[in-house]
Design a protein around this ligand. Sequence first.
Ligand code: AMP
Ligand code: ZN
Length: 118
Amino acid sequence: MYTGLAMSCLFCKIVDGTISSTAVYQDELCYAFADLHPQAPVHILIVPREHIDSMMEADQSKGALLGHLLWVAAEIARAKQLGKGYRIVINTGPDGGQTVDHLHLHLLGGRPLTWPPG
Ligand code: AMP
Ligand code: ZN
């Protein structure tokens, strides 16, 4: 069931199965799936089931949800045996490189990652 701007949201459609994806983890609050264009051997997106445009719309009321998303990312990293390290990224807004306006965490790992990012 979509409301407002979420009607046309790619990740809302992935969450509800309208658009197919490769599931990695799911629970009542979030859905995690393989990135279509992986930038590392492990590249997984973790998205809240609830539509939130970006971190710019995430106020204190979303704190528990955001904490849960971070925990899920760390759990997936453990399951994928990323003991040598990994990166969790939240691109935010045009300058942050966000291309899909539904808040999401990238979990990247499986190779050494360079810093700083571009
Ligand atoms: P961002 O640039 O941070 O907004 O990240 C959006 C990510 O979504 C990119 O890494 C894309 O490769 C990924 N993406 C776009 N469409 C799909 C899709 N249909 N299934 C899985 N990942 C996707
Ligand atoms: Zn959405």
